[in-house]
Design a protein around this ligand. Structure first.
Ligand code: ATP
Ligand code: MG
Length: 439
């Protein structure tokens, strides 16, 4: 609007140009433009941003089309009141076309372009045939230009060509930019995803590190307890045998016999704990040989199957005919199987089933042995603790079973996984490398 005021000022005061009637219609158009643009501004800022929070895409499209359309119409009227075809500002249409090509999608801007060419031709036609008056600018262009047919046609053709070319070029540049923007957005999303993955990996790394610290702690705890356990073993054996002697000697004193019975029972419990500690400490030196895992598994199962505690438990075997021989310590791995089976049995005092499968991993890198029971399951909260030494939920447990299992599997460079849900049962999965080297 300032530009328009400037142009009018220069035209009227400096170059002494005169429109045929007066400048009033031009001022009025200027004011109208100011008005509806303020209206759009307020609509956008106050209504859209504050009340609707987010404008809909359709609403924005209508708004942009309306605003550009009204601007084009205003420009047509301005041109009409300031000389029509004589006015070189007729090419100002190009600004709206460029703006529209950037802001609008699809066919909208082409329709705006065709519309403005049509309305301009209408204007020139109507004034040529005298249906509307022509507003000549005195002292500027040749007075007869607006009735000069070749000039009018040349004007219309060059105008249309300029408009179409501007739309076409801007549109293709804008489309290219939009495409790149979209790609950039996709790259950004991918980058965010990657960084999330990285974060996950980092967490896993921290977890592994904690496990490592834990296993180092276990190793030193193992060494310490091995010493203590060894020292305690002989006195306990002594206590036990002398208690037996006392029990025999007190045949006539039932009260004393019952008391000694308690001593024997508690001493046996101590010996069991010590045996556990020694097993736990011994785990650090496996003696590995090339062995058949299935044979060890079958032997372990034959040991337990006839035991009274396993009477109500159904063992389901899912083994292949054979598996390749791999390096491991037979006794230790047997102990692992035994501990897991006993734990499963203890989780199903009323009976249930244990599903045992052994298979090669798809890539042939490891053998996977799975134990799934239908027992009580392990709570989320306990799941982190079951491998801690001395963690137990059983009245008579030592809580060393699974720490021994974990230690043995780690010494074989294997993996131990557990999944469990309360009331449904637990699954322990052991993965042992097939190409384990002899150490
Ligand atoms: N299959 C299972 N089902 C349900 N809970 C289990 C199972 N295996 C282990 N647990 C839980 O993990 C705890 C620790 O097991 P772990 O074998 O280390 O010790 P324990 O069985 O309690 O004692 P120990 O093995 O020395 O007799 C158990 O007390 C039990 O709560
Ligand atoms: Mg156990």
């Amino acid at each position: 609007m300032l530009g328009l005021a400037g142009v009018i000022f220069f035209a009227a005061k400096i170059f002494k140009l005169q429109v045929e009637h007066n400048w009033i219609p031009i001022y009025l158009i200027g004011i109208a433009v100011l008005f509806y643009n303020t209206g759009f501004f307020l609509l956008h800022r106050l209504v859209r941003d504050h009340i609707e929070k987010r404008a809909s895409a359709r609403g924005l499209r209508i708004e942009a089309n309306l605003q550009i359309g009204l601007d084009l119409l205003a420009l047509v009227f301005l041109i009409h009141y300031s000389g029509g075809i004589e006015n070189p500002f007729i090419f100002f249409f190009i600004f709206h076309m460029i703006m529209g090509s950037i802001l609008l999608f699809g066919w909208d801007i082409w329709l705006q372009a065709i519309g403005s060419i049509f309305i301009l031709m209408l204007l020139l036609g109507l004034s040529y045939f005298g249906i509307i008056p022509h507003h000549h600018i005195k002292g500027f262009a040749h007075p007869g230009l607006w009735t000069n047919i070749p000039y009018i046609w040349a004007g219309v053709v060059s105008f249309s060509a300029t408009i179409f070319m501007a739309v076409y070029m801007t549109n293709s540049i804008a489309q290219g930019l939009r495409k790149r923007e979209r790609e950039l957005f996709e790259t950004k999303t991918q980058l965010e995803k990657k960084s999330e993955e990285l974060e996950k990996l980092n967490k896993e790394l921290i977890r592994q590190q904690q496990l490592l610290i834990q296993s180092e702690k276990l190793a030193s705890l193992g060494k310490l307890s091995a010493g203590v356990a060894h020292e305690l073993n002989s006195p306990l054996t002594g206590i036990l045998s002398f208690s037996h002697f006392i029990r025999e000697a007190c045949e006539n004193n039932p009260q004393a016999q019952r008391d000694v019975e308690v001593v024997i029972h508690e001493t046996e419990r101590c010996k069991k704990i010590i045996k556990g500690l020694l097993d736990f400490a011994r785990q650090s030196q496996p003696e590995k040989n090339k062995e058949d895992l299935l044979a060890v598994l079958s032997r372990t199962l034959s040991l337990i199957e006839n035991h009274k505690d396993f009477k109500n438990i159904k063992i389901i075997r899912d083994f292949p005919e054979s598996l390749p021989m791999i390096m491991f310590d037979r006794d230790q791995i047997q102990q692992v199987f035994m501990n897991l089976l006993v734990n499963s049995q203890e989780a199903m005092p009323e009976g249930g089933s244990i599903y045992i499968s052994a298979k090669m991993s798809p890539d042939g890198n490891y053998i996977q042995i799975q134990f799934t029971d239908t027992g009580a399951g392990i709570s989320e909260e306990h799941l982190n603790k079951i491998f801690d030494p001395f963690f137990t939920t059983k009245e008579k447990g030592t809580g060393l079973g699974l720490s021994i299992v974990l230690g043995i599997i780690e010494n074989h460079d294997g993996k131990l996984e557990v999944k469990s849900s309360i009331g449904e049962g637990s699954t322990f999965i052991i993965k042992l490398l097939t190409n384990h080297s002899e150490e």
